[in-house]
Design a binder for this molecule. Sequence first.
Ligand code: PRP
Ligand code: URA
Length: 222
Amino acid sequence: MTANPGPAAPRDEFPLLTIVEHPLVQHKLTLLRDRATPTKIFKELVDEIAMLMAYEATADLPLQEVDVETPLERARGARVGGKKLTLVPILRAGLGMVDGILRLVPAARVGHIGLYRDHDTLQPVDYYFKIPGDVAERDFFVLDPMLATGGSAAAAVTSLKRAGATRIRFLCLVAAPEGVRKLTQTHPDVPIYTASLDRGLNDLGYILPGLGDAGDRLFGTR
Ligand code: PRP
Ligand code: URA
């Protein structure tokens, strides 16, 4: 029997969660889950899904009115206002989501947060933090394909807030209810975007049905 990917009624419990249900996202996510998908295709799929998800996650960015000279006359136009959007991939696997989003928002800045999940305790261990200045006025998108126990995501957001960030969203490809719960309880102001809310975690903290180890599949280190 094919496993049901997710719980029955997630939306009431997780009001901050947006599941991007666009058919192209769901099609590509299914290819991504497939254990037979090779590293090269896996990388391309993560890149494409991240771009499609960013389209949704940027839908309410504020606009400024501007004038533009067309070849025929002056017209009213609009451009995204405020400080440049900042993408913050959680190393390593979050790196796979950066280029796709940069194709959509080429002016975005990129910070980095280095975290890995200890295999025994499942607790996040941090090793790197670098983000652009003017933190308080920027919108931050924290990127990581996997939201499992939520430990890494919650720690990354805590580090960003400690540095002064106030406007933070979290973008992942696959989330477990445990991770959404943890991130929502720790940071109730942070909207979460995912392509799927899966069923849960196994004893080793892997998402079921999930897609396996995202970092290993992206970088061929399996
Ligand atoms: C994976 C994943 C997340 C984290 C999710 O990274 O990319 O960062 O685990 O798990 P959590 O929600 O339980 O914290 P991993 O620690 O394997 O590091 P890697 O990207 O360097 O492989
Ligand atoms: N990290 C991954 O890469 N995959 C999981 O399923 C859980 C954590």
